[in-house]
Design a protein around this ligand. Structure first.
Ligand code: 9PG
Length: 484
């Protein structure tokens, strides 16, 4: 079949024309192409997974060590010899435009090689096929996804202070109250407590460092006009948690009955089988509990765990099981609670969450070459990894608030230079999500003024090329930062 002057060989059970391309139907579809070993537009599975243009000339290299794979990308394909991505993907044609294939529902894998672009789904699927300018085909795909998965009402994203990228898990009640007080005069809208408040992963009660309980923090934030925010990882637990000890049967296992590892930090952790009615009830009461404490912004993390391969009570397709669990969480939280999904399968989260982390963690350093190059892992914390993946996920902007992670204004405990700090600040502006973890007392007068001006600024943003933007009067080119 001829599309835009090129000959493609299309296998699908149905094909019809739509605005800007074609709708294909079939559990698997395949498009034979003439472009050879060109560039592949890869979209990794969840927030932290790689999104970038990668070359089909080199074989994919499995991430090391193997135990880290479940938390980096879809582990079902960790050893795949073929380049692939989740939900959507494309390859570059001879004229620089893109042959694009995207699934209209969760549960799809895309694979690309020198001869074909393939869509593989875990059930009957509808696909959007197009050949055109990258920006245009992605915009049309986003429009179609909006009709199948929905879009939550979009006001601008809130401006967030988050405790992670300064104190990490070393937080306490006194310190959080001090930070809230220090934020006076800075136009933040959310004060978000990150990892470190809970007794254990799975035991979502305050630990000894929060003796007055979590409601006390929420109340103080609220009295200062800030929406209280809290970090939770509701779909995972450590084996040392009471949750795990009391309900080992609630956790995801493989066909043999062995627990499915969900990741390696904190000495390893496991995923809940979110299709179990008892687990769903537990989830409802957890979310209602933190809502009862006063929290109206929830950063829900490590969400991919609920969609890992495994044997589930309800036997549903894993991304459908995930989406159903997220729907339960949304219902329990209420419509007025802002949900930021993190470590979250991208496509399967759309329409249910307000914000979505679109890249790996930033860090107060540019690159971690050991992990990125020698362990083939582009998902580790670094400014470079966060920038690169986030830039390739901005097509999601019409569908959800896209969170590229925090920007830095501090020089204290920071190896990023002024231009590197500026590029993360600009990334936040083009993504439309402003957050920082800089404690006000770590900032000197000038840094505080810069932070304030950035929070207040609402410059017009226009994309002028794949990596170029006009921010107010400035031309910003991110491309040079992607070359290392
Ligand atoms: C809290 C953090 C922050 C952060 C999240 C998430 O692969 N890992 O070991 C890994 C650890 C932490 C992590 C991501 C990956 O960060 O993105 O913003 O909330 O959890 O623990």
């Amino acid at each position: 079949m001829q599309i835009q002057g090129y000959n493609f060989h299309i296998s699908a059970s149905r094909l019809e024309e739509t605005l800007g391309g074609y709708l294909l139907t079939g559990k698997t579809v395949q498009i034979g192409h003439p472009f050879g070993r060109t560039m592949f537009f890869k979209q990794g599975w969840q927030s932290w997974s790689e999104a970038a243009w990668v070359s089909l000339k080199e074989n994919p290299k499995p991430i090391l060590p193997p135990e880290r794979r479940p938390q980096c990308d879809d582990p079902a394909y960790a050893l795949s010899p073929v380049h692939g991505g989740s939900g959507l993907g494309g390859i570059e044609g001879y004229d620089g435009r893109m042959l694009f294939l995207g699934a209209l529902r969760p549960g799809a894998r895309i694979e690309a090689d020198r001869l074909s672009l393939k869509g593989l789904a875990d059930h009957e699927m509808q696909w959007f096929l197009a050949y055109g300018e990258t920006g245009e085909v992605l915009a049309r795909y986003a429009e179609l996804l909006a009709t199948t998965l929905g879009v939550r009402a979009q006001q601008p994203a809130p401006r967030v202070w988050c405790s992670w990228y300064s104190y990490y898990s070393d937080i306490s009640e006194g310190q959080m109250l001090q930070t809230i007080a220090g934020l006076q005069g800075l136009p933040f809208e959310v004060f978000q407590v990150d990892d470190g408040w809970q007794q254990n992963m799975g035991d979502w009660e305050p630990n000894h460092k929060f003796p007055s309980g979590m409601a006390a923090i929420a109340l103080r934030a609220q009295s200062q006009g800030l929406t209280p925010g809290l970090w939770l990882a509701p779909f995972i637990a450590r084996p040392s948690s009471n949750l795990f000890k009391e309900h080992p049967d609630w956790f995801l296992r493989d066909e043999k009955g062995d627990l499915v590892p969900a990741g390696i930090n904190w000495g390893g952790f496991y995923a809940l089988d979110v299709t179990l009615p008892a687990v769903q009830n537990w989830l409802r009461s957890l979310i209602q509990k933190v809502r009862g404490w006063g929290y109206r912004y929830l950063k829900l993390d490590f969400l991919y765990a609920a969609a890992l391969p495994g044997h589930r009570h309800a036997g549903e397709a894993r991304e459908d099981a995930y989406r159903e669990a997220l729907r339960i969480v949304r219902e329990a939280a209420g419509d007025d609670v802002y949900i930021l999904a993190c470590g979250a399968p991208i496509i399967a989260s759309l329409g249910l969450v307000d914000g979505l982390r679109i890249g790996p963690d930033v860090a107060p350093y540019w690159d971690n070459e050991d992990r990125r190059v020698f362990l083939h892992d582009p998902t580790g914390p670094s400014a470079y990894n966060a920038l690169r993946t986030s830039l390739h996920r901005l097509w999601l902007k019409p569908l959800v608030h896209t969170d590229p992670d925090v920007a830095y204004f501090r020089t204290r405990y920071n190896l990023l230079g002024p231009a590197q700090r500026a590029v993360l600040q600009d990334l936040a502006l083009v993504a439309g999500f402003k957050a920082t973890s800089d404690p006000p007392e770590w900032l000197d007068g000038e840094e505080r003024e810069q932070l304030k001006a950035w929070l207040e600024a609402t410059p017009p943003i226009a994309q002028t090329g794949p990596y170029t933007f006009r921010i107010g009067e400035r031309e910003v080119d991110f491309a040079r930062w992607l070359e290392l």
